[in-house]
Design a protein around this ligand. Structure first.
Ligand SMILES: Nc1ncnc2c1ncn2[C@@H]1O[C@H](COP(=O)(O)OP(=O)(O)O)[C@@H](O)[C@H]1O
Ligand SMILES: [Mg+2]
Length: 279
């Protein structure tokens, strides 16, 4: 893990990313329906260890549902997902998939950090307590150790000195950075971000994106849903365009933004990207 102090070091002086060996995500033909409506219609996606995949697409296209299947907050109706070769949410017995017990699902989920649009911090806990709660309760880590690590993580997201603040005393951008530190506290293999800046005032967006930019070089696998196209272009190895429950197209930022092959992709970007946007 990078020990770079955020945000003092520029990307050019930061230590090179460690060769990632964990966090290989394989999504295979995943289907999901709500009621009679199929909202994921056979989605397949590979994200290698340390990879950064950014998912874009119109509202209602299934982006959040897809993210939620990766940590089994949603059960899939068809297909499967593996992380480092291990099935998410299920085990194979005979030739059938059986859902894991709740206890094992929760254990598996500690490998997968998730950051939500609305931060979801505990209002009655301080910033530091929000960060240390899961390691102490879920992973039974030593309290003093968890506290030391929590302070390091708050420092890493630029919140040194705010450990004792309650969420209501922090700006939205600061709260989201606490949420990111909290997700990191479990040393996840994978971090999922669902529109992490959509609830923020425009002037607070960049402080959060800068933290995620730093994570993108740290070797943790990131899967990010966002409407911030400039950010997507900068951090993504792979940009994935979803529409109507399907991956329409995926490729490098250059391929997807500058040379989209599919008319649906072109039409979407013509609406969301400003003319001055440079590839
Ligand atoms: N829990 C749910 N119950 C019923 N319908 C849902 C549920 N969650 C999502 N949907 C529907 O599934 C579709 C995809 O939603 P979502 O994954 O949230 O899309 P996105 O994140 O791309 O906006 C939408 O039509 C949405 O209304
Ligand atoms: Mg969504």
């Amino acid at each position: 893990m990078s020990t770079a102090v955020f945000p003092a070091e520029s990307p050019t002086t930061a230590a090179p990313a460690a060769a990632a060996t964990r966090g290989h995500v394989e999504i295979t033909n995943v289907r999901k329906s709500f009621g009679g409506t199929e909202v994921l219609k056979g989605v397949s996606l590979t994200v290698p260890p340390g990879g950064v995949a950014v998912i874009v697409g119109p509202s209602g296209s299934g982006k959040s549902t897809l993210l939620r299947t990766i940590n089994h907050l949603e059960k899939v109706d068809g297909g499967y997902i593996t992380i480092d070769g291990q099935l998410v949410g299920y085990q194979v017995r005979g030739n059938k998939l059986h859902e894991l017990r709740e206890k094992d699902i929760l254990k598996q989920r500690t490998d997968i950090g998730m950051v939500f649009q609305n931060f979801n911090l505990f209002p009655h806990l301080t910033a530091l307590e929000n960060v240390t709660e899961a390691p102490v309760v879920a992973l039974h880590r030593n309290k003093a150790e968890a506290r030391k690590r929590g302070l390091e993580l708050l420092d890493r997201v630029g919140l040194k000195g705010r450990a004792d603040a309650y969420p209501r005393q922090l700006s939205g951008g600061q709260q989201q950075r606490v949420a990111i530190a909290r997700a990191l506290a479990l040393d996840p293999k994978i971090l999922l971000f669902d529109e992490p800046t959509s609830a923020l005032d425009p002037e607070l967006v960049n402080e959060v994106l800068d933290v995620i930019r730093e994570l993108a070089t740290s070797g943790t696998t990131l899967i990010i849903v966002t409407h911030e196209m400039g950010f997507a272009r900068d951090v993504a190895d792979t940009v994935v365009f979803m529409d109507q429950g399907q991956i329409v197209e995926q490729g490098s930022p250059q391929e997807i933004f500058a040379n989209p092959r599919e008319p649906r992709t072109r039409s979407f970007f013509s609406k969301v990207i400003e003319p001055a946007f440079n590839i």
